[in-house]
Design a protein around this ligand. Structure first.
Ligand code: SF4
Length: 373
């Protein structure tokens, strides 16, 4: 496994739309950060062999996600991860990303994360209009987002991604464009822009924009970012040339990755197996203290799931898929119908391949289900 994910479960407060496993400060006991550090260290010791010998091939990517990893001090990370011997596994080419939130970073601390080895920051901004930030339950202001970006670049990070949300209740296309305009003043190398999705039971669900407005948001983002020289290389992701997220590409191209921490999902491509850790810090900690496994479930992909994944992975990326995959009359007819609607096109540079258009990216869920079904 050449990619490593570590889940840090603490957040300053729980955002209203979030379904990741994370614990807001109001529910975090004073002893939890140390409990997490000790438990993660135990899991690292138990799982290090999954990464192969420490002096073997270098890791391609490390991703610290969460939660809000930037709430964990760098020295605590260093102690927890010591059993992995990352100094020996990280090379010049290893992409090492840490997620951060505007209210939990300052220049001094960012410089310490750099010394630890982090070379890429993914910052959660989500919105820049003050009332949208409040509605989403974000704890930072727009000014804090700009101050954090200033601190990130001042600390010497040159590879910086920003997360934005679109399709937020009361958000207009102009809001989305204005947010991108303000962010594009910084030398960011990557932007992830996700459509806000909520379960039907969520109190904000009925305020979500209608589907055609969501489509407008997504197409406006595509127009704006590509005009600024970013490649729209995945449904929700844009990168300057050479700055595609290598860790996420490992997920999207079906490579293996080891994931540690509560709620983390791992994948072993050779075995076709996926597994997930328990989504509870205290359960995770007590199992590790007893020397037991923290895996909640393991699944072996069926042929049907593999077929679904093949289409899911290929259609979400700009590279698309080879025409030979249209191996039945039905699939060829579907492809013709999608092409006629401007959702699928011949790849401009990859001979014999097809790919989704920006409009196709925006409607990809349905298209993927049609091809894989
Ligand atoms: S900061 Fe991120 S992980 Fe934490 S609650 Fe908000 S969305 Fe969830």
């Amino acid at each position: 496994m050449r990619s490593l994910y570590v889940h840090f479960p603490f957040c300053e407060s729980k955002c209203h739309y979030c379904d990741f496993y994370s614990i807001g400060a109001e529910r975090t006991a004073a002893s939890d950060p140390l409990l997490f550090e000790e438990s993660l260290s135990r899991e690292c010791a138990a799982m290090a062999s999954r990464l192969g010998p420490a002096d073997g091939p270098k890791l391609e990517s490390i991703f610290f996600g969460g939660g809000t990893p930037s709430m964990t001090p760098p020295e605590s990370m260093r102690r927890a991860l010591a059993p992995l011997e990352l100094d020996r596994r990280v090379g010049l080419e290893t992409e090492w990303t840490m997620e951060a939130n505007p209210s939990s970073v300052d220049r001094g601390r960012l410089e310490e994360y750099r010394r630890l080895g982090v070379n890429r920051i993914s910052m959660g901004v989500q919105a820049l209009r003050p009332d949208l930030l409040t509605m989403l339950g974000r704890v930072h202001s727009r000014e804090a987002a700009f101050a954090a970006l200033d601190a990130i670049f001042a600390a010497g990070f040159a590879n910086v991604s920003v997360d934005l949300l679109c399709g937020v209740p009361n958000q207009s296309v102009t809001d989305v464009e204005r947010a991108m305009e303000e962010l594009a003043r910084y030398p960011i190398t990557h932007l992830s822009c996700y459509l806000l999705t909520l379960p039907k039971s969520h109190r904000m669900f009925r305020d979500l924009p209608k589907e055609d407005e969501q489509l407008e948001h997504l197409l406006a983002i595509d127009r704006f970012m590509t005009a600024k020289g970013f490649e729209h290389y995945e449904i929700s992701n844009f990168a300057k040339p050479g700055k595609r997220a290598r860790h996420n590409l490992a997920y999207w191209t079906g490579k293996s990755y080891l994931a540690l921490g509560p709620s983390a999902h791992s994948f072993d491509a050779a075995a076709g197996e996926r597994w997930k850790n328990f989504s509870s810090l205290h359960k995770y900690a007590s199992l590790l203290a007893k020397g037991e496994s923290v895996i909640e479930w393991t699944e072996k992909l069926t042929d049907e799931q593999r077929e679904m994944e093949k289409w899911l992975l290929a259609l979400r990326l700009e590279e698309g898929f080879p025409r030979e995959w249209l191996d039945t009359e039905l699939r060829r007819k579907k492809a013709d119908a999608f092409a006629a609607k401007g959702l699928l096109e011949t790849h401009p540079t990859r001979v014999g391949s097809l790919r989704l258009t920006p409009r196709g990216f925006a409607l990809s869920d349905r298209i993927i289900a049609e091809f894989a079904g």
